[in-house]
Write a protein of this length. Sequence first.
Length: 559
Amino acid sequence: MSTTETPRSLNFIEEIIEDDFKTGKHTEVVTRFPPEPNGYLHIGHAKSICLNFGLALEYGGRCHLRFDDTNPAKEEQEYADAIKRDVHWLGFDWQEHLYHASDYFQQLYDFAEHLIRSDKAYVDSLTAEEIREHRGTLTEPGRESRFRTRSVEENLDLFRRMRAGEFEDGAHVLRAKIDMASPNINMRDPVLYRIKRETHHRTGDDWCIYPMYDYAHPISDALESISHSLCTLEFEAHRPLYDWCIDNLPMLPSKPRQIEFARLNLNYTVMSKRKLLRLVQEKHVNGWDDPRMPTISAYRRRGYTPEAIRAFAEEVGVAKRENVIDVALLEHSVRNHLNKTANRVMAVLRPLKVVIENYPAIETEWFDSPNNPEDASAGTRRVPFSRELWIEQDDFMEEPSKKYFRLAPGREVRLRSAYFVTCTGVVKNDAGEITEVLCTYDPATRGGDAPDGRKPKATLHWVSAGDAIDCEVRLYDRLFRSEFPEDAGDFLADINKDSLEVIPHAKLEPSVKGATPETRYQFERLGYFVVDSETTGEHPVFNRTVTLKDTWSKVATKG
């Protein structure tokens, strides 16, 4: 019996590429990821990274990393370094194809002079407010500037003097001469250059005029022979200007094509760089890599894996229309990957001491416990058992409710991989608080099974008190309470005040001693956790990555 593979369905960008190959328009796929180094990358950028680098890998082409460093007032080397780290961490490599818009500053300037000589650009001396007033509205055409009729010679002279630093910021701009009556506002004589006396993090004070993104973007693409320039949908209305720049500079070596796709929007999340910067600067979070932030560096610190983020990007796919993705789908991808890869350990976050009265006081036993039931090759670890143990406070109730099946007076439970124990009493302090739970164990149940086949209704995790590692655990939750934090107006008013709980003295089994930063574990029955990237010394810090199951969203997965 013969079988045939079902052909993989192509997204609309792949269909364009396939058609370009068939018509001979392109023989190679060259994409680019063009971040502005004015902040840290977030999960929306991760989707773009996966798309641009992924298409290049799929079609045997290449993807450039190009920094859009045309606004020195907001850009820093710190951001550029973080961007490179994030792209590499996600598993992609631009190899020798690292570029900057600033690499082309002289060429961009020379092309601007060409536009002036072709009477397709002019120096405008209107104020910024006047330019806005002249631009018109969506229903009314704009008005031409009174400086639009300057001669080519006068425009060249003024532009060169702008370059030489003769004028103050805002005194003049260079504008394209297109059509002030165009129905597309972006084509109403857009600004190409402005005066900005700011020290650039790469070129220093060599320049005091800087190109606008809409001018630098298409020219940089053409200079690098980009075949398919992928942008999010907000740039769709800018595409005519992109094409205008390419068409009016015939000396450019190639003619790239801009293609727009829907950006990634997540509920319970804010992804505006401006708003993320406010969160950092106003100290609502502890930096760009605070694990509650939607930045790639924050997800890394929280314990997300690059494989999970790439799987999420693949699951979301590429669309032409804006939509909102449930953040639970991202958490599901993380949970799914960690379930297969993270070693299991036992940890007690809110310790309550258990004393097994019939167990020898000085004896310690060691039990073999699987590191990962999903992966037999992960092997086993040795877990110590002794007379005094830690269990979770929530795993004991002196007066249990009807549906409570964990430890209670007179009740037997299983201790994972160890013994059955039965509660015989409690010890309380002067305030009436329980400080110890007294138990007996059944030696015949070693390994967690009874010869007579009895099966307790609850299995508890535990840690040997004398062997436990003391650690800090940070329980991170979603930063915002509402599904759409920006809908209420002030997104800061929607911050979840309970988004971080710090437990200073949790107890872990000794197998985790010496674990290096970014080592991920499943704390049995509690969730997935990671050694914090800044942990030091004998008191490690663990961040909660995700719970074992979704507890927030209406729909945990897409299908």
